[in-house]
Design a protein around this ligand. Structure first.
Ligand code: 5RP
Length: 229
């Protein structure tokens, strides 16, 4: 698993607090990353204690974790999630940058399909304005076109390199990831639409207006930011 900022204790508190919101009979979207992993483990403990749920994983990683934790799995073909629990790389004004684990394409599908989308994050992820590089998953053949269009939007794309393999990260879907620096993102919705329109973009990591609540973990406890209108 990649490592990101924030203490493990803060992530654990956030993940477990969101997992506590899950009730008997629910279908649960299972996010990706170190914070969502705490929620998956907590759900596994509750399944051991008799909780009756089914999970829909968002990545190879979350599927493996869910299997290890003993959570029965299903797919979107059979049910949409009642709730999805997922991490974020940055949170500002309820909007998110995701994709640090290159899983944002499937995460966006599962999180958007859920009746309630709960974000789990430690305090280091909170910002006043989004300025994190935006991960953009692209079809391999489309990389030069997408790079050119991102530069037209005043962004600077960098092909994400693998850490223990020569060459690029290849996503669970067989695609590449461009980490695109835009500086401060004053209008996330506009940038989201612009990126989505570029041919060859499979999914970008801007999650605008999707989250219903953010569970923010710290060394001291957890606070919940409700985003429902
Ligand atoms: C994966 C993601 C993760 O949810 C995001 O990178 C946060 O990860 P972590 O909880 O390990 O900081 O979007 O694609």
């Amino acid at each position: 698993m990649k490592s990101t900022g924030g203490s493990e204790e803060a992530k654990r508190r956030a993940g477990r607090a969101a997992a506590d919101r899950v009730a008997d009979g629910m279908v649960v979207g299972l996010g990706t990353g170190s914070t969502a992993a705490h929620a998956i483990r907590a759900l596994g403990e509750r399944v051991d204690a008799g909780l009756d749920i089914e999970g829909i994983p968002t990545s190879f990683q979350s599927r493996q974790l869910a299997r290890e934790a003993g959570i029965p799995l299903t797919t979107l073909e059979d049910a949409f999630p009642d709730v999805a629990i997922d991490g974020a790389d940055q949170v500002a004004n309820g909007d998110l940058v995701k994709g640090g684990g290159a899983a944002h394409a499937r995460e966006k599908v599962v999180d958007a399909a859920a009746t309630a989308f709960l974000v789990v994050a430690d305090e280091t992820k909170l910002a006043d304005t989004l300025d994190h590089a935006v991960p953009v998953e692209v079809l391999p053949d489309a990389r030069p076109l997408v790079e050119s269009r991102v530069r037209d939007m005043d962004g600077e794309p960098t092909l994400r390199a693998a850490e223990r393999k020569d060459g690029p990260v290849v996503t669970d879907n067989g695609n590449l990831v461009l980490d695109c620096e835009f500086g401060e993102i004053g209008d996330p919705a506009k940038l989201a639409w612009g990126l989505a329109e570029v041919p060859g973009v499979v999914a970008h990591g801007l999650f605008v207006g999707l989250a219903d609540a953010v569970f923010v973990g710290s060394e001291e406890g957890v606070r919940t930011l409700s985003l429902e209108e």
